[in-house]
Design a protein around this ligand. Structure first.
Ligand SMILES: NC(=O)c1ccc[n+]([C@@H]2O[C@H](COP(=O)([O-])OP(=O)(O)OC[C@H]3O[C@@H](n4cnc5c(N)ncnc54)[C@H](OP(=O)(O)O)[C@@H]3O)[C@@H](O)[C@H]2O)c1
Length: 290
């Protein structure tokens, strides 16, 4: 039995499906079982919160492996990266050690470090550190930004407002990877096809930009659609001023500043231990999205 924390999410759903495809029994920990409707019917769903040790112990009982595909950057329940990515992962890791779990796969992010400008990246780095020190056999998969996530973020105003929204100038080259390429790597880690204790980095085949994603979304959506920008200066101001009253918005503004102003390119050959080279392009993702 493999526990997938985050099995209701974009990446987690695909990991669950791939594991079920090879007959692996899978359990998903979720705060809301309604979010698991799209999962195969024979997946065990356990309701609970990753920050609650008794929920996690209940979900992990009898599992030989754990996948952590959670995050607290945004989403329901006013999460924070500190609470979910750092502390929630610590609860999962502690339970895995107590229960003698044989394999813990942590999904992290390319570029994490202790003094990163984004709390998400600092919190993921803390989780990586806790896992390496835990004595639990592990693999860490660091991914670049997900195409599926950002296509939704940039394209969400198209239907109602008629424009795609770009954060800042949006011309900085950014590597995006599809969850279709990340999920098989996570499954390879579950089955120890990569060395235990490895930290792998995975990016997609293209370095794109916010603007290039917006252009493709607009041209796909048809005539009369446009692209609007939130100015970088406003994002910089909101990343600081919004912190006390709208922390999630402040985190998103910080992310936008980082993605516009730092090197976000990635060469797919980096981290050379990948078994399959990521091939999914933005066009592949957009052509199958509805
Ligand atoms: N999106 C990206 O661009 C990106 C890039 C690199 C790495 N990653 C990493 O990839 C992984 C998957 O990301 P994603 O974008 O696929 O996620 P997502 O679709 O936003 O889903 C987030 C998942 O986290 C779970 N979660 C959050 N708080 C929880 C809590 N308190 N207790 C239990 N579960 C909780 C949610 O479960 P419920 O809501 O069902 O409880 C959900 O399944 C994450 O580790 C993320 O940091 C993402």
């Amino acid at each position: 039995m493999i526990l997938v924390a985050g099995g209701s999410g974009n990446l987690g759903r695909l990991v669950v499906r791939l594991l079920r495809d090879v007959g692996e029994p899978v359990r998903v920990l979720t705060r809301d079982p309604a979010r698991c409707r799209a999962l195969p019917a024979d997946v065990e769903i356990v309701t609970g919160d990753v920050t609650d040790p008794s929920d996690v112990a209940n979900a992990m009982r009898g599992c030989r492996g754990v996948v952590s595909a959670i995050h607290g950057f945004a989403g329901p329940g006013n999460p924070t990266p500190e609470r979910i990515d750092r502390e929630g992962n610590r609860v999962l890791i502690d339970a895995a050690r107590t229960m003698g779990v044989a394999n813990f796969v942590l999904v992290s992010i390319v570029g994490v470090c202790a003094d990163h400008a984004m709390s998400l990246h600092r919190s993921k780095f803390a989780a990586e550190d806790a896992l390496r020190r835990s004595g639990v056999p592990f693999t860490i998969v660091r991914a670049t930004a997900f195409m599926e996530t950002w296509a939704v973020v940039i394209g969400s105003p198209l239907a109602d407002k008629g424009f795609a929204l770009v954060f800042g100038p949006g011309t900085n080259p950014i590597n995006f990877v599809s969850v279709r390429d990340v999920a098989p790597l996570v499954v390879d880690c579950v089955y120890n096809r990569v060395p235990v204790g490895a930290t792998l980095e995975i990016g997609g085949p293209e370095n794109l930009s916010f603007v290039s994603i917006a252009e493709r979304l607009v041209s796909r959506d048809g005539k009369g659609k446009s692209i609007k920008h939130i100015p970088l200066i406003l994002l910089r101001a909101m990343s600081i001023l919004a912190r006390p009253f709208a922390p999630e918005f402040a985190r998103k503004a910080t992310a936008a500043v980082v993605l516009n102003t730092t090197n976000q390119t990635f060469q797919t050959t980096r981290g050379g231990a990948l078994l399959n080279v990521p091939q999914t392009t933005l066009d592949d993702v957009l052509s199958s999205a509805h």
